[in-house]
Unconditional design. Sequence first.
Length: 445
Amino acid sequence: MAKLSESFRNIFKIQELRQRIVFTAMLLIVVRFGAHVTLPGVNAKVLSEVMKSQASNTLFGLYDLFVGGAFSNAAIFALGIMPYISASIIIQLLGAVIPYFQKLTKEGEEGRKKITQLTRYGTVIISLLQAWGVSVQLRSMSPAGTPIIPEGVSGFAFHLSTMIVLTAGTIFMMWIGEQITERGIGNGISLIIFIGIIARFPHALLDEYQLVSSGARGLIVELIILVMMVFIVAGIVLVTQATRRIPVQYAKRVVGRKIYGGVTQYIPIRVNTAGVMPIIFAQAIMFIPNTILTFFPDNELLQSVAGYLSYTSITYSIAYGLMIIFFTYFYTAVAFNPKDVAETMQKQGGFIPGIRPGNHTSDFIDNILTKITLPGSIFLAIVAILPALMIRLGVTSNFASFFGGTSLLIVVGVGLDTLQQIESHLLMRHYDGFMKAGKMKSRRM
């Protein structure tokens, strides 16, 4: 405990790190503020009553979890950062099949700037479409004869203003995410989702407390659920940190088949190289069909289709799980290229013992990566669909969504990534980090 408090004190001794953390915290406060500013023309009181009875166990309820309650508040940040993530997925998929985008990925910094610009354009288009769906949904809500949109508000004016405000809100959040990544600490986009989930933590605890205090759930059952969640968290941490190390030998001098003065290093390959991105990608894709279906609230056929895509349906769970497995492999291939690793290794005079350099080394690394990614992807899929199962077993949606599956994976993953960045700043300046057991010895200049 003393070591942990000392690490926190060390953070504020480093001026650059202190400034980065304060800058990040200020921008995240802006994000939370925008989640409570209601759209123009919306009756916030009536909307609150409607949202208490609707969308708790639906896909829109899960969407609301990602944006920290902004969706149920019909806030200016109701779309969150999900349109940007959807656009990023589309661009990355195009990069795998279309030569033009493949060329951009190989053009270095200039290509990266073009891809970023195209992603921004895609974000605007997707935001406009989703904002239109939100405006149609709000317009169609009329609980007990009291419309959410007061009479006298023009339909066209409301749709237009909602599309403009929500799109502008998403673009602003995208800019905030980029600023956090560049000038703050951690990945800005991931932290925006992270803070939205964390904001629901008090509500989840309150729901569980009310169930136990009212006698609707026994204390023993509650303790069992909490213990299960602890084991799930421990499993997530272990999987996200687990690695397979491949030995690489670098020879100082080679005479014939003998190696003199060889140095052995290791290439760490993580079981979950993709991190939380497959979850975010898959979730963004799963939001699209339901968004489209909101455009047709009076169509019985399409609403019956929406039933098969509801958050707690078996169809949704299967499609969601398979999509997570696919995106785990896809993002792993983007983040870790065995061919590039093999070429770099060969240029530096390194080789894997018993494996010929070049294509054989690339195939060997790719084979190991494929094998260890499979159990990691299946684990991610199982944990991600746990909330739907828990809801069907009677657990409240707030508690299930926060402590199980997607939200928990994001919280743990983003938390560890951010902590590792803080750790690197501390270690560079010879301070003890959060994850290091022993103390670093000071270097003498």
